[in-house]
Design a protein around this ligand. Structure first.
Ligand SMILES: [Zn+2]
Length: 259
């Protein structure tokens, strides 16, 4: 297979997985089964046919509406499919067809799910953090750059540090600024990124969150006042994704190697 064809195949594969992530994102926080029943329109219950469920393409063909009741379908469905497809390509370009690619793509899929679920519901399902944590531990046995000890150290340090921040915040301000879900998420992320990567995720995630919070409060109208509650998970997620692709460069820069 030619290289270009392979990249297209990887992208299509990614969009199919992205379509499954949409199911997880919708059903997991609503405590519905992931595998059954097949997809239906949330507005009218219309059973979506397989050919109306093709990633990205079906959305375009249906002009973003349910065939039966014409209710608008969120643009987020094709968006999640597209970014998952793109990340599959990035993963392939960085790690090729390898064990690393499989594990990093699992990591990315879990993070994408967490980002959207936390954004919607301000929760991070334990299932996702647990699968992530266990897969990260398993991955450490296959890696040359990383040992089991690195994975455990990353989990303990990341989760511990975030827990400490949350604890101090609570003591100082009397507000629960962080959920335990974020702490568990860092245990998961730490098994993949190690101690330096998990600290980077916390710091860079905080910077992103603060920037977003500031932008939001500058732009916000009166009606939003008092409703401002930004979940932290999505920012931690974005920071961790940056690290898995640019981690070596960030590390080199930080420790003065400059590469
Ligand atoms: Zn409908």
């Amino acid at each position: 297979m030619s290289e270009n064809l392979l990249v297209i195949f990887v992208f299509v594969f990614g969009t199919v997985i992205g379509s499954f992530l949409n199911v997880i994102i919708y059903r997991l926080p609503r405590e519905k089964s992931i595998v059954f029943p097949p997809s239906s329109c949330p507005a009218c219950g219309y059973k979506i046919k397989w050919y109306e469920n093709i990633p990205i393409i079906s959305y375009v063909f249906l002009k973003g509406r349910c065939r039966n009741c014409k209710t608008k379908i969120s643009i987020r469905y094709p968006f999640v499919e597209s970014i998952t497809g793109l990340f599959a390509v990035f993963t392939y370009l960085k790690w090729g067809l390898s064990v690393e690619s499989i594990f990093y793509f699992v990591f990315i899929c879990l993070i994408i799910s967490i980002i959207f679920i936390d954004f919607d519901f301000k929760i991070i399902p334990d299932e996702l953090n647990l699968i992530g944590f266990l897969s990260g531990i398993l991955f450490s046995f296959f890696r040359e750059d990383f040992s089991l000890l690195d994975a455990i150290l990353g989990a303990v340090l990341g989760a511990g540090f975030l827990y400490l921040v949350a604890y101090l915040y609570f003591k100082l301000k009397g507000i629960e600024g962080l959920g335990l879900g974020d702490v568990k998420m860092l245990a998961f992320v730490g098994t993949y990124l190690g101690w330096f990567g998990s600290l980077f995720t916390i710091f860079f995630g905080s910077v992103l969150g603060a920037a977003f919070g500031l932008m939001f409060s500058l732009l916000k109208k009166k009606k939003y006042e008092g409703q401002l509650e930004i979940p932290f998970g999505p920012f931690l997620g974005v920071a961790s994704l940056i690290y898995i692709f640019f981690g070596e460069k960030i590390k080199q820069f930080y420790f003065g190697g400059m590469g």
